[in-house]
Design a protein around this ligand. Sequence first.
Ligand SMILES: *[C@@H]1O[C@H](CO)[C@@H](O)[C@H](O)[C@H]1NC(C)=O
Ligand SMILES: *[C@@H]1O[C@H](CO)[C@@H](O)[C@H](O)[C@H]1NC(C)=O
Ligand SMILES: *[C@@H]1O[C@H](CO)[C@@H](O)[C@H](O)[C@H]1NC(C)=O
Ligand SMILES: *[C@@H]1O[C@H](CO)[C@@H](O)[C@H](O)[C@H]1NC(C)=O
Ligand SMILES: *[C@@H]1O[C@H](CO)[C@@H](O)[C@H](O)[C@H]1NC(C)=O
Ligand SMILES: *[C@@H]1O[C@H](CO)[C@@H](O)[C@H](O)[C@H]1NC(C)=O
Ligand SMILES: *[C@@H]1O[C@H](CO)[C@@H](O)[C@H](O)[C@H]1NC(C)=O
Ligand SMILES: *[C@@H]1O[C@H](CO)[C@@H](O)[C@H](O)[C@H]1NC(C)=O
Length: 261
Amino acid sequence: MSSALLPALLALQVFNICGGSLLLNGAVGESIVLPTGAERSYKGGLIEWRRKDINIIKLVRNTTEINPNFTGRLTMNDETGALNISNLREEDSGEYTFSGIASAQTIPRKTVQLQVYERIVSVQVISQVNNSTDSGSCNITLICSVNGGSQVALSWSRNGQNVAGAENRTTLTAFPTLAEEIYVCTATNPISSQSNNVTVWPCRVPPGLSLGALMSVLFSIGLVAMVSAVIAVNIRERCSRGKLGLGKEDTSVRGEATIHI
Ligand SMILES: *[C@@H]1O[C@H](CO)[C@@H](O)[C@H](O)[C@H]1NC(C)=O
Ligand SMILES: *[C@@H]1O[C@H](CO)[C@@H](O)[C@H](O)[C@H]1NC(C)=O
Ligand SMILES: *[C@@H]1O[C@H](CO)[C@@H](O)[C@H](O)[C@H]1NC(C)=O
Ligand SMILES: *[C@@H]1O[C@H](CO)[C@@H](O)[C@H](O)[C@H]1NC(C)=O
Ligand SMILES: *[C@@H]1O[C@H](CO)[C@@H](O)[C@H](O)[C@H]1NC(C)=O
Ligand SMILES: *[C@@H]1O[C@H](CO)[C@@H](O)[C@H](O)[C@H]1NC(C)=O
Ligand SMILES: *[C@@H]1O[C@H](CO)[C@@H](O)[C@H](O)[C@H]1NC(C)=O
Ligand SMILES: *[C@@H]1O[C@H](CO)[C@@H](O)[C@H](O)[C@H]1NC(C)=O
């Protein structure tokens, strides 16, 4: 894209937003009012709201017709035409158009883009230490789970700094080396945001010793101790027998030493 084209495109977009429809975000289960920007009273006229060419509500004098999909959920101000939709559902999302005739004049059309989202209820972050048995290293897996919410975007921070490249990731691996670190997972959608945090500490397996290495070291120490004991007993027996001038019956001595261990 050429740099000369960019400002032109931006200007076009701004124009579209200004000249186009109003954008509103609603929350499932809650209510929202679609305004008409009325500058005079439309009372006694014919006013209506449509969505995708389907009538939602139509008011002719004092008679109101309501689309069955919205029964019990709509109230329209008979002077301004502002539409209150309550107990919102995600399928209420779409483009709504207001039009009508009042005092023998056509009312300027008004368009509202409604987008309904679920509110994010809560966020949980848990950490799991993951020890490697063969390489002797460890790391910490962080898992972020979101309760509720639609079209949720996730982000992470470590000690208050955004973690680059972690957008929308539900798991993250932490390698704290020196001190504790605080990780915050934030869930955001256009109508809500929730976050939670977890503190992780450096995880360490004894340097140079994996579990397997540790086992063989312990085994070796045990073996050396055992052999030394046998030798020690043998020597002691040899010495005492030597003093007594015997120096025979090695096998019985060895047998005795084995029983002691
Ligand atoms: C509409 O209003 C008129 C008087 O203003 C009344 O006679 C008529 O019964 C009303 N109709 C309805 C459906 O309420
Ligand atoms: C009611 O909603 C359903 C599902 O969105 C749609 O198929 C149906 O056409 C709607 N009915 C009316 C009268 O708008
Ligand atoms: C819209 O209607 C709901 C349900 O009747 C009501 O609780 C809410 O206050 C209304 N909103 C406005 C702005 O009047
Ligand atoms: C440790 O990490 C491996 C590979 O990343 C994974 O398969 C395993 O489930 C993890 N264990 C724990 C306890 O987190
Ligand atoms: C985390 O540790 C596990 C097991 O120790 C290992 O399989 C995994 O590759 C490690 N993950 C990272 C990102 O280093
Ligand atoms: C993250 O997910 C949200 C919702 O699905 C989406 O709108 C957004 O573009 C995603 N962000 C990235 C960086 O992928
Ligand atoms: C971490 O969460 C607790 C509540 O769970 C909150 O009190 C604390 O302020 C949070 N800390 C940070 C750094 O977000
Ligand atoms: C990981 O290793 C550390 C230190 O050796 C130990 O305290 C911790 O319990 C181990 N965690 C797991 C999940 O094995």
